[in-house]
Design a protein around this ligand. Sequence first.
Ligand SMILES: Nc1ncnc2c1ncn2[C@@H]1O[C@H](COP(=O)(O)OP(=O)(O)OP(=O)(O)O)[C@@H](O)[C@H]1O
Ligand SMILES: [Mg+2]
Length: 194
Amino acid sequence: MAAEFLSDSARRAKEALATVEARPGVSKPDPILIAESVRRNFGGVVAVDVNHLEVQRGSITALIGPNGAGKTTLFNLLTGFDTPNEGKWMFDGRNLEKVVAHRTASMGMVRTFQLTKSLTKMSVIENMKLGATHQVGERWWNGLLPFRWKRQEEVIEKRATSSSSASSSTTCETNMPARCRAGSESSLRCLGRS
Ligand SMILES: Nc1ncnc2c1ncn2[C@@H]1O[C@H](COP(=O)(O)OP(=O)(O)OP(=O)(O)O)[C@@H](O)[C@H]1O
Ligand SMILES: [Mg+2]
């Protein structure tokens, strides 16, 4: 039933994983993310100790564990918001050790936060549009020349609108200020933006 809502890439990932053994750390046919011996201690607390982790490209993958298991800390490490005591990880074949958070994001690995972070004075659609990478208008001199970025922005807006309506179960009023939306919708919006 749920399969009909999968994107093409998610469906491909599901098919590729059909024959993969369900075992922690198992190799995947086409991993987009590989983490190896990633450890993070806070004083005497071992927050993260991941021997080997692979995430299949296009897959919808969940990381579950009790409170304090180290999920957020692992995401912080992989996305450059924190530094491990040891370990290495690759995203789409590129080593991300020592790559800072904003570079990690521009390389395509974007995260959301446990407590949602929105730019509340901007509308929902503006928040969504911010997530698109490599926007021509991000360079200040291009920003002064709308003809350089207008067309790209229209494409981004179309994508944001369709992603927004696909991810929200309510009628999504995308022009409302982001602060007016409920907490659960705020989480969905952060997901859409990333
Ligand atoms: N900055 C920090 N300084 C010290 N200890 C920390 C820090 N961040 C996390 N910890 C500790 O690391 C462990 C893992 O925390 P983390 O927040 O990653 O868990 P979590 O799985 O995300 O939990 P939750 O389900 O509650 O969100 C916990 O024992 C936590 O107290
Ligand atoms: Mg957490």
